[in-house]
Design a protein around this ligand. Structure first.
Ligand code: SAM
Length: 357
């Protein structure tokens, strides 16, 4: 048994992930409970039965979950798999699985669990073969069918389940792995790259962020975020008292203003405003809303740095403030917020206005 949802999250953020699923499941009139182990990198939300877990996986929009990296329906909890024949023991539990088009044998994102990844890789081969033979997996990979997940805690224990490809992360372990561009001025460039890839899907990115557009980067130094806009051909005003990387200034696409990001005002509406200033999240949320309401930018991606305590409450307080201000101003918008793989004590928000002046 043990039906429910399995949610992957950053290690140390289990309580936030649990608080969020509790809230969203209740809104769907599913009343379960979370099993949370600190620093485990996942949360198990137990539902009364499989049908209710399946309902949640279909009706809770994965992109609405800030802290979850992956959402899986748990079909069975696997305990003490026999080391001489784990495959048969898993097949026995696969009866309630839907027909799946792909398989991922994963671990939670913790240092201890990751030591198992070699085992997971090797084990995938015989397991895939056996699941194809018993009809749980399609003979060939099928990207539209559910993905079968086996999440291993050690070589004998784990969870068996599935995710819906249209409402989950396409990434192994829910992690967006990106290569650090060697000419970028700081590693935090990966945060914005991950955000752009997640929030602006491939088929719309060309139209939404392209060469010739304009941008403002608040708290820009040394320029990792500016780098992402520059490489996409945007002209950027970089706001920060610190120094910008010379390589970026040499592109001719960047103008550096040594000013306070809370006071800077663009001469004209810009296409994108990005912000990575280390400031109280509620102050940043307020500033971002003002930029959109005053029509200083058409879209924004920014970070909310989280406090040590009450991180969940603080994120939702900021999102509520933004939404109430935008609604009051009559703006129609798309707001997305995620705790990205490259984020640490922060979450990333993207807002695009549909009916700007
Ligand atoms: N996104 C940058 C990158 O990828 O290289 C890193 C930004 S760093 C985390 C935060 C920056 O915000 C610092 O350079 C700091 O000087 C700047 N900052 C903080 N408060 C600011 C303010 N009120 N106005 C302008 N810049 C500010």
């Amino acid at each position: 048994m043990n039906n429910g949802l399995l949610l992957y999250c950053r290690r140390g953020f289990e309580k936030e992930c649990a608080g969020e699923i509790d809230q969203l499941a209740s809104a769907q009139e599913v009343y379960g409970y979370c099993v949370v182990k600190d620093n485990s990198g996942y949360v198990n939300y137990i539902t009364p039965d499989l049908a209710q877990a399946d309902k949640l996986a279909k009706h809770i929009a994965f992109m609405k979950l800030v802290f979850a990296r992956q959402m899986i329906v748990v079909v069975a909890k696997l305990s003490d798999l026999p080391s001489d024949d784990r495959v048969s023991a898993i097949l026995e539990q696969s009866e309630c699985m839907p027909l799946c088009g792909d398989i991922r044998v994963e671990t939670p994102d913790t240092n201890e669990a990751k030591e198992l990844l070699g085992f997971c890789r090797k084990f995938t081969v015989p397991l895939r073969g056996a699941l194809r033979k018993n009809g749980t997996l399609t003979k060939k990979e099928h990207s539209k069918k559910p993905v079968l997940h086996l999440m291993m805690l050690d070589s004998g224990n784990g969870y068996l389940g599935y995710s819906y490809p249209e409402n989950s992360s396409p990434n192994f372990m829910g992690i967006s792995r990106l290569k650090f561009p060697s000419d970028a001025p700081s590693r935090s460039t990966l945060k914005l790259e991950e955000a752009i890839l997640l929030f602006l899907p491939k088929d719309t990115i060309e139209q939404r962020m392209h060469s010739g557009m304009t941008g403002v980067d608040l708290g820009a130094c040394p320029g990792g975020w500016t780098y992402q806009l520059v490489r996409r051909g945007l002209f950027v005003s970089a706001i920060d008292n610190g120094p910008m990387a010379q390589s970026l200034m040499d592109t001719g696409q960047v103008t550096h203003f040594m000013e306070d990001g809370f006071k800077f005002k663009p001469e004209k509406t810009v296409d994108w405003m990005i912000c990575d200033m280390v400031e109280k999240p509620i102050m940043v949320a307020d500033l971002m809303s003002d930029w959109l309401i005053k029509d200083w930018c058409r879209a924004t991606i920014f970070n909310l740095k989280l406090p040590m305590k009450k991180r969940f409450v603080e994120v939702y307080k900021c999102l509520e403030l933004i939404e109430s201000k935008l609604k009051k101003a009559g703006l129609s918008y798309n707001l997305q917020c995620k705790h990205l793989y490259h984020d640490r004590e922060e979450v990333t928000v993207s807002i695009e206005i549909h009916n700007h002046k």
